[in-house]
Design a protein around this ligand. Structure first.
Ligand code: IMP
Ligand code: MG
Length: 217
């Protein structure tokens, strides 16, 4: 299954970029446009089974940290990378007897090339009032920390009852800004990863696993 998916998503895996076999392959009309660019290779880093086990663990911790109340927990997913994580986590919380309200924000970050400060722009704000509510921000990955640090500061001004952050992945070696993060699924090396919501140029979000994306020269 794993190998089959790798072959499907990176069919030029074993072909050298300049080889006649590769050139014949990309010239084929059946090959999608994006594979004409450069060969890509996916190396599985975290399996779907490991993700499922981690989701259960995190949901149990989140549930234990928020006292039961009449109002559902607000799970605030940061689009688009958190969609699968949020979806699995919310259903696991239901299994644990917790009701959740699903909300979303979308942000884009520009990381300046000449300064260490990044600008985070809100492209879509949350639709509801979070005052006096228990909120958990759900994010795919903590990289430099700029996005989550900005969001935590912004959302705290709206006076939630509690505000926590749950990131599936964290790259400690990429950290630029210190941000308090209550839940981290996996610490990973400072490599570009895709899958389970994470993309490269809007591709690979629907992999069931997390993979390191190698763009071969
Ligand atoms: P931060 O503000 O640098 O922490 O940026 C976090 C955002 O950058 C994440 O929400 C992702 O959208 C994106 N990102 C960071 N690292 C990766 C990666 O390895 N693969 C895909 N997206 C990433
Ligand atoms: Mg993201």
């Amino acid at each position: 299954m794993k190998e089959a998916e790798e072959t499907l998503l990176a069919p030029n895996f074993n072909l050298s970029f300049a080889s006649p076999a590769y050139l014949a392959f990309v010239a084929s009309p059946a090959v999608p446009w994006y594979l004409h660019k450069r060969p890509m290779r996916l190396e599985v880093l975290i399996s779907h089974d490991d993700i499922k086990a981690k989701v259960k663990e995190l949901a149990t911790e989140i549930s234990a940290s928020i006292p039961p109340s009449d109002e559902p927990i607000i799970l605030l997913g940061i689009l688009k990378g958190s969609v699968h994580f949020l979806s699995d986590l919310s259903r696991m919380l239901w299994e644990l007897g917790r009701e959740c309200q699903l909300e979303f924000m979308q942000v884009s970050s520009w990381h300046g090339t000449t300064s260490s400060s990044g600008v985070v722009q809100i492209k879509k704000d949350i639709d509801c009032n979070i005052e006096d509510r228990n909120v958990v921000i759900i994010e795919d990955i903590l990289d430099t920390g700029r996005t989550l640090s900005h969001l935590r500061e912004l959302l705290n001004t709206r006076r939630p009852k509690s505000l926590q952050i749950c990131a599936l992945l964290s790259k400690p070696d990429a950290k630029v800004v210190n941000v308090e993060c209550e839940y981290i699924g996996f610490q990973i090396p400072n490599k570009f990863v895709v899958g389970y919501g994470l993309d490269f140029d809007e591709r690979y979000r629907n992999l069931q696993y997390i993979a390191v994306l190698h763009q071969d020269e």
